[in-house]
Design a binder for this molecule. Structure first.
Ligand SMILES: Cc1cc2nc3c(=O)[nH]c(=O)nc-3n(C[C@H](O)[C@H](O)[C@H](O)COP(=O)(O)O)c2cc1C
Length: 296
């Protein structure tokens, strides 16, 4: 097809209106559309053109439900007609290396790991965008990482592979509201990284979140749970004395600042470290050791 500026401009405008979709209509994705979208994804750039990834297409309803349950019970994964699971995959390359009597350490190299992850992001995002251009909505699911062992069993994954990202696809049931973003000038810098004052940081994030705070829950027991979680998370980054002061402040205000909520409860500062250790161990059990050089 000949390149056409107006079509391109319309496509870019459509991309500026994208949002994640978590409520899907019953309408199935036609096989042909799915194939075209996937074929677009496989044209994405790949470091050294090695393509150390595979994509598992899951349409089976029971399997989707099983995956949804495993991935922090995110029901929409089961309701989307198609789930794509992106697999970091050094297995196929390791097989070829053996067959060609070539050396092989990609499974132990942080750089190969990083490039592989970058390849997956490029491919997944082309697929996401291509689907969006065809009227198909989607949402990424990152929690596949946390349950790599179980997912590997369900999907029959061989050694040297790990599921790193999923994309639930389907036609949106409703209009998709646009979520806030950091201001353009806080994200795109000309020529060099600027000096950012505290005020710049506060104003930039305020433009995104407003002065969003999280009220402590009304119930005493829930409140206690929040404070225990926040305290544990804060102890990763502040002295005990500082933590006591912060906790007293939060209790006085009756609310958490936005990032106190995010890193104190949602992406819990301590649990994220613990999960990271678990994920690295699961990967190691599957023959993937990106931090091998540090452990020598
Ligand atoms: C790597 C990655 C993992 C994500 N994982 C999840 C997830 O597990 N569950 C979910 O509901 N959304 C997930 N999302 C979607 C984000 O929550 C969403 O992109 C973000 O809130 C911005 O909203 P928007 O995409 O509608 O603009 C993920 C997005 C990315 C890029």
């Amino acid at each position: 097809m000949e390149w056409n500026y107006e079509i391109g401009k319309a496509a870019v405008k459509r991309m500026q209106e994208r949002a994640s979709c978590r409520v899907f209509s019953e309408k199935p994705i036609p096989e042909e559309s799915l194939k075209e979208i996937l074929k677009a994804g496989l044209r994405a750039a790949s470091g050294g053109n090695l393509q150390p990834y595979s994509i598992i297409v899951v349409k089976d309803k029971n399997k989707r439900k099983q995956l949804a349950k495993l991935c922090a019970n995110q029901q929409f994964m089961g309701k989307a007609p198609v789930n794509l699971i992106f697999i970091l995959d050094f297995y196929k390359l390791s097989r070829l290396a053996k067959l060609q009597k070539a050396p092989f350490t990609a499974n132990k190299s942080y750089l190969h790991f990083l490039i592989g992850m970058e390849d997956i992001v490029c491919t997944a995002q082309v697929i996401e965008t291509a689907a969006w251009q065809m009227g198909i909505g989607s949402v990424y699911i990152g929690t596949v990482n946390n349950v790599g062992k179980e997912i590997s069993e369900i999907l029959n994954l061989p050694r040297y592979t790990y599921p790193v990202l999923a994309l639930a696809l389907g036609y949106p049931k409703n209009e998709l509201p646009l979520r806030e973003r950091l201001p353009f000038e806080m994200t795109v810098f000309e020529e060099r990284y600027p000096e950012l004052s505290d005020e710049d940081i506060l104003n930039g994030f305020a433009a995104k979140y407003g002065n969003k705070t999280r009220q402590l829950p009304n119930s005493k027991s829930a409140q206690k749970e929040w404070m225990t979680s926040l305290k544990e998370a804060l102890l990763t980054s502040y002295t005990e004395e500082e933590v006591e002061k912060i906790i007293a402040e939060v209790e006085k205000q009756g609310s958490l600042k936005y990032l106190q909520y995010v890193f104190g409860l949602h992406y819990h500062a301590k649990k994220m470290l613990d999960y990271s250790e678990e994920v690295l161990k699961m990967m190691k059990n599957r023959g993937l050791e990106p931090f091998f050089v540090l452990e020598k």
